[in-house]
Design a protein around this ligand. Sequence first.
Ligand code: GDP
Length: 369
Amino acid sequence: AKGALSCSGCGIQLQSEQQDKPGYTPVQALEKDPVICQRCFRIKNYNESSSVTVEQDEFLRLLSQIGERQALVIHIVDIFDLQGSVISGLKRFVGNNPVLLAVNKTDLLPKVTNWNKVKNWVQKEVKELGLKVEDIILCSAKQSSGFDRLLDAVATHRDNRDVYVVGATNVGKSTLINRLIHDYSDLDQELTVSRYPGTTLDMVHIPLDDGGSIIDTPGIMYASRYSELVSPEDLSIIMPDKPLKPVVYQLNEGQSIFFGGFGRFDFIKGDRQSFTCFVSGRIPFHRTKLERADELFATHAGEMLAPPSRENLTKLPEWTRHEFRIAKGSRSDVFISGLGWIKINGDTGAVVAVHVPKGLKVMVRPSLI
Ligand code: GDP
């Protein structure tokens, strides 16, 4: 029998079924000799990387190879979903190699934002998650801002090492890689993608002019992020593409807010106070009495409480309830990975709950802004 073909670029086993998975190669391209996967083909011919994704176990297997090499790791995360997009096990796998944290999509935060405060907040949060980083660079691939600082940091810490770019899906990794390719390699000269001798890395290895390489790893998928659970049409609704416009609600205890049919926030106990919602502007809100909320969802989910549509709702896990006691005097966010957060000005304390599909990461954290 004919053995499975592998890519002469990155070494991955080729497949023609799933376009967003490593090794994808259109059937007609399999006839070529040597044969390369679509991702390598695009880098070689268009100087352009595109996203491919893998499950967590596969990703960790890939990562463990980084620890054995001289590497500078750029870990790219999404400011809108920081706790959801951080690879908390990174340290274990990259060993003593330095890590730069690129915090992308800063264009989503309100125009008037104290960036020093944001940076300090990120630093505390990633430390809490057990991650040690050399530097934190706030950037926006969309606005091309912060990239110069990132490239400076790469130059400072690189020391002839290869640069590995790692990140969860949808954080902007391809956009960043493409920028690195353009800045670090000679565009007149055709890029070649070549394989590390004797290894199968499933990573795309992009040689640079100075003899080093950028290594593009697949995006890691976490089932705990809303962005991984929803349909593509709903993804474009929950993932904001414009600066967040916080929506403030003055609530009495016993009131609830629905975020379309994506989730629900309950103010269970406490003095009348304000709650500030940072979610995509495309999601319609509905305020209701807590005592009516269950029934409202049962009868109107997918219609008045939409999106998601009734059909898309059936593809999501059932809702589960998370209750939180917000301490008096604290400034906290109730964070829902991929959907956003609700800021609570805990002057008097509060008991709140959220209802979202089971498995999503939901937590209380110190307020981002
Ligand atoms: P990857 O999956 O990590 O490779 O991410 P992509 O580069 O494909 O980007 C994923 C999504 O995030 C796309 O819809 C991009 O338009 C969007 N995106 C990437 N960078 C930014 C950014 O800086 N700001 C905003 N608002 N969106 C971004």
